[in-house]
Design a protein. Structure first.
Length: 320
């Protein structure tokens, strides 16, 4: 069974829902319209316009011969040491040269001899605000080293969903240092949109330190993997910690969200999505706690103009 779902379809169904679910969908639709989705070219252009450091790195890469047809690496574990926005700047700078950008958590996943950002030979520059404007080449592609080799990452395809989640937020907390495509998209969209960024170490390995960081720089939205947020909540003794209370919307990316975690997050708007092998989001949904009856949260509202196919265990389309 296949069904295309649009805002009109959803709006027409609101009258049939109970008041609580109707209010949830109405807030979701309003948020989606309030923050228009961004495309990758536009995100790179906004990053270059607002970041002298990103512009300086474009000049440096071009001087080293990086350009269309080439590949530059971005080491996410290293960029995380310099600040959460640095990963977004590094990816944007590489793409702006016209090269493809290969993203990996650390250097062990990079081919030998590749120019990488940052590295001991090419650190992230500290530059004055007077760095001149730079025109971007046709934006290249973003790739990650997956289990079956390098695969393309559809960052722009994630922007529409994340724009809905980040609507109204002034600051976003993002899990950094991982090669998770959802975290990359969150960093790119937040940084390009001028939102404040609070970085959470990969896997929240120092949960108390991360909670202190969140309390010092409160965020209104978060992009994090379920296991990492569970560690934060456990260390905090609940989700009413000062570093977590202001977070109204949480994106879990493509990971399954345990029912036990949903139960610990009352009053939040919770999001997740399915993704295919290419890394492109296929369907996203708002998790409705009232519908969580099993061990994990079920699928709900699909992405705008998304398409849901219900299949059986072998992957064949199930009977209507």
């Amino acid at each position: 069974m296949t069904r295309d779902t649009t805002d009109a379809d959803l709006t027409a169904r609101l009258a049939a829902l109970d008041p609580a679910r109707r209010a949830l969908l109405e807030r979701s639709l309003a948020a989606r319209r309030a923050m228009p989705p961004a495309d990758l070219v536009g995100a790179v252009a906004r990053m270059l316009a607002g970041s002298p450091a990103a512009r300086a790195m474009v000049f440096t890469l071009r001087e080293l011969g990086v350009g269309k047809g080439g590949v530059v690496g971005v080491l996410l574990a290293e960029t995380a040491k310099h600040g959460p926005e640095i990963a977004a700047m590094a990816i944007s700078a590489g793409l702006a040269t016209g090269a493809d950008v290969l993203v990996a958590a650390d250097g062990d996943r990079m081919p030998g001899g590749m120019i990488t950002l940052p590295s001991a030979d090419l650190p992230w520059p500290e530059v004055p605000a007077t760095t001149p404007a730079v025109a971007a080449e046709p934006v290249g592609r973003v790739l990650i080293d997956g289990p079956d080799g390098y695969q393309l990452v559809d960052l722009a395809g994630r922007f529409a969903r994340l724009a809905e989640i980040f609507a109204g937020a002034r600051r976003v907390a993002v899990e950094t240092g991982t090669d998770d495509p959802d975290a990359m998209a969150a960093l790119m969209l937040a940084a390009a949109g001028g939102l404040g960024l609070t970085g959470i170490e990969a896997a929240a390995t120092r949960p108390r330190a991360m909670l202190a960081r969140l309390a010092a720089s409160p965020a209104q939205a978060m992009a994090i993997r379920p296991g990492s947020l569970a560690r934060l909540i456990e260390a905090a003794g609940g989700s009413d910690h000062p570093g977590l209370t202001g977070i109204a919307a949480i994106d879990f990316g493509g990971a399954a969200v345990p029912a036990a975690l949903v139960a610990k997050l009352p009053g939040r708007r919770l999001f997740c999505h399915y993704a295919d092998g290419s890394g492109a989001p296929l369907a996203g949904w708002t998790i409705d706690p009232a519908l969580v009856t099993g061990e994990t949260a079920p699928a709900g509202r699909p992405l705008a103009k998304g398409r849901i196919r219900i299949v059986d265990g072998s992957g064949a389309i199930a009977p209507a």
